[in-house]
Design a protein. Structure first.
Length: 180
């Protein structure tokens, strides 16, 4: 799973993002991801906290591991699909100066954040069990809801004006359909 996250981040940095990254920004994101992924690896390897800890007669089909891996695939697939859809939209010169409001972005305004939250939380579930998964998922949901979404909303309001206001009205949910 961690190799998949690395491939996804490398793909994003080399194929999707159009803005130049500063050295400070790249180091910050890289350090953050290395820290999170290393912590998940250590927790997975530690038999006292691992979701795959086996007692006599148990098999590797631990439900937390199975659920975590399954939700990870859904979450990283969701985030990846969001970036693919948005990249295709931005590539078309007719869309210059317009916000992307179709596809998964027509369901919630920040589905890429939703996918990221899901795969990060499910990585915790798979590597360390339900408390870790719940804590990590809740942390990212809160962080996006309280910090990232308001900052991006302010930026998009300035950049897109009435188009963004109309999109917000048409797509009221920020991260989770029918709730948040």
């Amino acid at each position: 799973m961690l190799c998949t996250t690395a491939v996804k981040h490398i793909w994003f940095a080399t194929c999707v993002i159009e803005e130049a990254w500063t050295v400070q920004g790249a180091l910050g994101v890289g350090t953050y991801n290395i820290t999170c992924n290393t912590l998940n690896n250590l927790l997975f390897l530690c038999t006292a906290t691992s979701a795959t800890r086996l007692s006599a007669g148990e098999s590797l089909s631990n439900p937390y591991l199975v659920a975590g891996v399954s939700l990870f695939v859904v979450g990283i697939g969701l985030e990846w699909q969001c970036e693919i859809q948005r990249k295709a939209f931005k590539k078309d010169p007719r869309n210059k100066g317009k916000p992307f409001t179709k596809g998964l972005f027509g369901v919630v305004r920040h589905p890429n954040y939703s996918g990221y939250t899901l795969w990060r939380g499910s990585l915790g579930l798979a590597t360390s069990g339900p408390l870790s998964g719940l804590f990590i998922g809740s942390f990212f949901l809160w962080d996006f809801w309280a910090r990232a979404v308001p900052a991006l909303d302010e930026y998009c309001t300035k950049r897109y004006g009435a188009m963004w206001a109309e999109y917000k009205q048409r797509t009221p949910y920020q991260l989770v359909p029918f709730t948040l």
